[in-house]
Design a protein around this ligand. Structure first.
Ligand SMILES: [Fe+2]
Length: 341
């Protein structure tokens, strides 16, 4: 992407994120990844009068095979973490999510924005205040609900008991101390009680497996009891899911993780065809998707910090909070949360 365009969209991002004169903003990169993003953020922040720094970590050592959440190059570098804790805002170009280092940085009051997706996607899904408002309406509804039920014509019927864990909304920018967000994003989620998820989830063709970055072709049936997956059945994708999960040798990977729905009318379900190497944020965000996840819930304050994590956005589902319809057949039915025309 053209340097000037990249700087302009980073300026839009930092402006929405409330960056202002005198603030200290640290851009964190690793190896030679996304150095163009770092330059663009530095230039944009300077234009807003912020004190800008770039912290560049060495690339990870070779041999760290499987991708796993919760590991970052900061773990062996406490001085770097201390420096990041002094910032007002950290722009994370590495993807620190779920790491204890990121949690410490946020706990110290620094807000954290992750930006790792391809630049054309950052440009297409620029955050807006309007989207934030709709995400926050979703957060308000979800945070007061006691149960969530998800159904589908493919046979999904699962109930999450809520009220134990907080609700999180992601809208792609962050202007509050200690708050994290990811650009791009537009969805809300929470987690069920540790022993409070029961039922069946049936993945249908076209549902999305992240981090595989693939579409389901044959139905996959998850049987869930007391917050844990008991059984996964189906064809090729079911075998791939079980094989992948088995590699972690951690039964806690079968725990039920976050659950919620997407709200960005600009995000495309077919997004993986355009950005096959991305993180799948477009797929987590597309309008009316219902996303469930397996694995860790430490992000929400829970005890499960397994590295085995799958996010699975599904199409055409219905989602009810305390029996009130929120999503029906893949469409948002709460008027204030619907896309503006
Ligand atoms: Fe996730």
């Amino acid at each position: 992407m053209d340097r000037n365009v990249l700087t302009e969209i980073c300026l839009h991002q930092l402006t929405l994120s409330g960056v202002h004169e005198g603030e200290k903003v640290i851009v964190l990169s690793q190896g030679s990844e996304r150095l163009d993003y770092a330059d663009a953020f530095l230039a944009a922040g300077q234009r807003l009068g912020a004190r800008m720094y770039h912290m560049r970590l060495p690339p990870p050592l070779p041999g760290n095979g499987a991708w796993a959440v919760g590991e970052s190059g900061l773990a062996a570098n406490p001085e770097a973490v201390e420096a990041l804790k002094q910032a007002d805002m950290v722009v994370d170009l590495i993807f620190l999510l779920f790491s204890p280092e990121q949690m410490a940085i946020q706990a110290a009051g620094a807000r954290v924005l992750t930006a790792v997706e391809p630049a054309p996607l950052l440009a297409r899904l620029l955050p807006t205040k309007e989207l934030r408002e709709r995400v926050e309406i979703g957060e308000a509804l979800l945070s007061k609900a006691k149960t969530m039920r998800i159904t589908s014509r493919h046979g999904t019927d699962v109930i999450y008991r809520l009220g134990v864990y907080p609700t999180v909304g992601e809208y792609g920018y962050t202007d509050q101390p200690g708050r994290w967000d990811h650009w791009p994003a537009a969805f809300v989620f929470t987690g069920g009680a540790d022993d409070g998820v029961d039922g069946k989830i049936v993945l249908a063709p076209g549902d999305v497996l992240l981090p595989f970055n693939t579409y389901v072709r044959e139905p996959v049936v998850y049987t869930i009891e007391k917050g844990f997956v008991q059984d996964i059945r189906g064809g090729l994708e079911a075998e791939l899911i079980k094989s992948y999960m088995g590699e972690f040798k951690d039964p806690r990977g079968m725990g039920m993780s976050h659950v919620g729905w997407g709200l960005d009318h600009r995000a495309q379900w077919h997004g993986l065809t355009q950005f096959p190497g991305g993180m799948g944020m477009e797929l987590r965000s597309f309008y009316g998707n219902v996303m469930f996840s397996t694995g860790p819930n430490n992000e929400l304050g829970g005890p499960n910090d397994t590295a085995c994590h799958l996010d699975i956005p599904m199409r055409g589902c219905s989602l009810f909070l305390d029996d009130e319809p929120i999503v029906v057949d893949g469409d948002i039915v709460v008027k204030e949360m619907q896309q503006s025309q």
